[in-house]
Design a protein. Structure first.
Lengths: 315, 315
């Protein structure tokens, strides 16, 4: 069976956390198990799949551990936390997808690749960090961390919160390993959490940097690098909604990249969590991808073929 | 340049920690940098390399974080800690080896694969765990953890310590991804910390299990699966020493697998840290490998060709 469609699927938080956002090991394991049933259906149907995933709540937990154990063991930087979650979530996906494929009599193998993503050290995000991470702390606890170079912001009643850069992903550094494994027939898990952020020094050497990369924007780059036909951004809603929260709210079913750019300019997606998903989808199609779909996890098999979700393609 | 020799190198703790065993991020980074200079020399000389590495001190730190943050975030099991270290150490190796290769004008790419290792759920280690991990605690703190199913032992003056199974590695589950990447010309980092331990349930499904796998025994399996000619176990001494600590101490330079088995039976390696290294080396050659070498990290290039270290091969 020769795969006739190659798809990158970006899994959102609901594919890896409990219904209430819980990230106990058991809840993560269960959520990944449910998500992999849907992915296995796709693979069984002959689709070539590359998976990527978020890691926000998982990194949040690692930061708390860093903080509470800092008097005994040295904290690790944010890029290392990203690497840690690529290990754990990648491992969960390996076991769960192997099992779901075996249950369908499919012998396709799965591989997880530790993946770096190049960002620009002069990205404006590093001068004015805006992405909040980790938990709220009282000012008295945030101050010493600021003296160690971290940026924290007063967020009012809930306290202070660390903010970091969320720079533009420029290149999936380890894409060649993904491409090689895809060509050999593997389902590949890559660029988890948007990839481990690295910058290139003046000496040409790559080094990790403390930042958070939007996983959907990285997914769009990964999809291009992997030669994917379709990018599916799997989330917890069925469609992008125009006029969300207003009486005129309506689901967006099919749209061209140009129309989506117009809707962006009209600020239909400002401020919400949908903005980066819309941006990632439109970038992928503008760069030559056949189709991007923003869809619920439940519907990804239909979404791949443009029969569910918000479908972005040239008319 | 067609690689004419394929080598698996198992890196010991000194390749990833400071001189005093320190595992601050800076010390890990520096130690990996030094080790990758030696590995890059090998790759530049046309040798096809697969790397594996230990993770003991790193997992120790993660267990402390688990423990000290347990009142805020849920602890993760030991198999997840192993997965976390595959991410971080794999990431450090990617950056450091890329840089060392670039400095030599070598364009070979490096990839890190999240790797599971199959163990037997009925391995005697699970009934009578013997491998100490993590830090010493007073009995009063160990007791509640025992009530949660952990095994702790009274270690005298220093306190109580958790012990876990160290089962036999049976199969490197993700070896096919390693083989595929090696065939495509990558240097591959795999089976870090011996691999993430998994057991196969009666339903045929693989699931993580709390255990520690000896990284050298896994390296021997990995070397066979990857079709390596040579296994190099890189450590902090130049040779295996017979009669270590006695007036008759002498370095072992060249030995056949049969002679090494005899020395094992005479308990020359009992109790020390050299036992599993000797066992891994002899297994690799008995199973058809051309040569196994136990050598200092500094000498790995000579070691590959049997010109340094303790060389185990048929005469």
């Amino acid at each position: 069976m020769v795969p006739h469609v190659r798809v990158v699927i970006a899994l959102g938080g609901n594919a890896m956390t409990g219904p209430d956002g819980s990230v106990t090991p058991q809840d993560q394991d269960r959520a990944v198990g449910v998500a992999m049933e849907r992915v296995a259906d796709l693979v069984a149907a002959g689709v070539s799949v590359v998976l990527t995933h978020g890691n926000g709540p998982q990194v949040g937990n690692l930061l708390v551990k860093n903080e509470l154990a800092a008097h005994v063991v040295p904290p690790v930087p944010l890029d290392w936390c990203g690497a840690q979650t690529q290990g754990t979530i990648g491992f969960l996906i390996l076991d769960a997808l192997d099992a779901a494929l075996a249950a369908r009599g499919v012998t396709t193998r799965v591989a997880t690749v530790v993946t770096r993503t190049l960002v620009d050290g002069s990205d404006p995000g590093f001068d004015e960090p805006t992405k909040p991470i980790g938990r709220y702390l009282p000012e008295v606890e945030a101050r010493p961390l600021m003296e160690h170079g971290q940026t924290w912001q007063d967020r009012g009643d809930r306290g202070w919160r660390r903010v970091v850069a969320s720079p533009e992903p420029l290149e999936i550094v380890d894409a060649p390993a993904v491409v090689s494994l895809v060509a050999a027939g593997f389902v590949v898990v890559a660029a988890g959490g948007g990839g481990i952020p690295v910058v290139r020094g003046e000496d040409g050497v790559l080094r990790g940097v403390e930042a958070v990369i939007d996983k959907d924007l990285s997914a769009a780059l990964l999809a291009r690098a992997a030669g994917a036909d379709v990018l599916v951004i799997a989330t917890d809603v069925d469609h992008v909604v125009l006029g969300f929260g207003t009486p005129d709210a309506r689901p967006l079913e099919s749209v061209t990249p140009a129309s989506l750019r117009t809707l962006q300019r009209e600020e239909h997606f400002a401020g919400g969590s949908m903005g980066p998903k819309v941006e990632a989808a439109v970038r992928f199609v503008e760069a030559g991808g056949t189709r991007a779909v923003i869809s619920s996890l439940e519907n990804i098999e239909l979404a791949v073929h443009g029969r569910a979700g918000t479908v972005i393609e040239e008319s």
